[in-house]
Write a protein that binds this ligand. Structure first.
Ligand code: FEO
Length: 403
């Protein structure tokens, strides 16, 4: 069947529905999404009909039209709510009204949240399921696997045995809108999708590494051919790549042996010290060195870099006897997201009382498992021969560590 609604077949009776928002510059109130954001949902059109999740309010009205068109006059029998965050639940009340016989399937935790988010929905229409409970939906067998704190407490994922599809809720999600090509292998290469998948993971799920590890173990018991997340592309041929990336990220293991330099600079002197370090590293044969000016870069990119690289150099101006605000924000966000076990190096600047190094070191020590590389470099306002030599010595130590 060729469907005229905005829906694409995943396999069998399972269809992708949803929408992409290319207008909102931020996601979850603070994360920049320059390439937009997709909100995916999945529809089963077998002997019974079921929808897995809804969407954000930004795309809800078009989504409801698409679901109606895809159902083509049939009622919606079930709405499976895997996660109650509002970016996936904005259409629940409208669908409940449109399809009065529809039941909602969710965990007990989600049912409690539903009562608050959708007060008009009768509790008698909500069916709760437990971990590993299976349910027949027409000819399909769906098994629900709870995934608490990935990244909300009430989360579950769902495994559709006949099609070997894991509906993974927010897990394996990626920033970025979808443009017709819904499968990762038809819209981008691993090199293209990895940075935004990493930034999504690091800033949304990063804190919950142990819980992600538990979910990966649970999911490994199933024979999975397709992973269908609530954001970004659907994974099939790239499955191994995204799962192994998740495994590394959730163990807080660096993705690559690499150096990233995250810095703040007011008048350019700290930036010059970092530029010199990058040059000296390159001269020693270190490849793919990356520098981010955190004064003009959202901290989410810095946090993602800290998940990627084995060695992170932090460079900051001293400001009001503390850290420059963008470095303070970055380190606080890194701590919130559980970053640990990295090689770290420090460059501090301060014209009369350089405190930044001491403060950065203390914050990094609190994160845990940090190995400090070389001697901290102190710049007294402008670079001089002594600070250039200190940067050179730091380059020796960092290069030795990563080469
Ligand atoms: Fe995409 Fe946790 O919401």
């Amino acid at each position: 069947m060729m469907m005229t609604a905005n829906a694409r077949r995943i396999s069998g009776d399972v269809w992708h529905v949803g929408g992409s928002d290319r207008r909102s510059p931020i996601f979850e109130g603070h994360l920049p999404v320059p390439a937009g954001m997709s909100y995916n949902a999945y529809l089963i059109l077998g002997g019974e009909t079921a929808l897995f999740d809804t969407v954000d309010k930004s795309v809800a009205s078009a989504f409801i039209e698409d679901v109606k068109a895809a159902l083509d006059g049939r009622p919606l029998n079930r709405l499976v709510v895997q996660h109650m965050e509002p970016d996936h639940t904005a259409a629940i009340s409208a669908l409940a009204e449109l399809y009065p016989d529809m039941t909602v399937v969710c965990t007990a935790g989600a049912k409690r949240m539903l009562a608050n988010y959708c007060p008009g929905l009768e509790q008698s229409r909500v069916v709760t399921v437990k971990d590993r409970e299976s349910m027949k939906i027409g000819d399909c067998t769906v098994t629900f696997l709870t995934a608490p704190m990935v990244h909300w407490p009430e989360v579950m994922v769902s495994y559709l045995a006949e099609e070997k599809i894991l509906f993974s809720a927010d897990a394996f999600g990626t920033f970025g809108a979808l443009s017709g090509n819904i499968f990762a292998d038809e819209c981008c290469t691993v090199k293209e999708w990895l940075p935004e998948a990493r930034r999504y993971y690091a800033n949304i799920v990063g804190k919950y590494g142990p819980q992600v590890q538990a979910l990966l173990k649970k999911a490994a018991e199933a024979d999975i051919a397709v992973v269908a997340p609530l954001h970004g592309p659907v994974w099939r041929s790239d499955l191994v790549d995204i799962i192994s990336a998740y495994d590394k990220w959730s163990r807080y293991e660096p993705e690559e042996k690499a150096v990233t330099i995250l810095y703040t600079s007011v008048y350019g002197n700290t930036a010059r010290a970092c530029g010199l370090l990058a040059d000296e590293l390159a001269a020693r044969g270190v490849k793919k060195v990356k520098m981010l000016d955190m004064n003009v870069t959202h901290p989410s990119y810095g946090v993602a870099e800290a998940f990627r690289a084995s060695c992170v150099v932090f460079a900051s101006t001293t400001y009001n006897n503390g850290l420059f605000p963008s470095m303070r924000n970055l380190l606080d966000d890194m701590a919130d997201m559980g970053v640990k076990d990295r090689d770290a190096a420090i460059i501090a600047n301060g014209s009369w009382a350089p405190q930044a190094g001491k403060i950065m070191r203390a914050k990094l020590e609190e994160m845990g498992g940090m190995t400090f590389i070389g001697e901290d470099v102190t710049v007294a306002g402008a670079m001089n021969d002594a600070s250039r030599q200190a940067v050179s010595a730091l380059a020796d130590a960092v290069a030795q560590r990563v080469l």
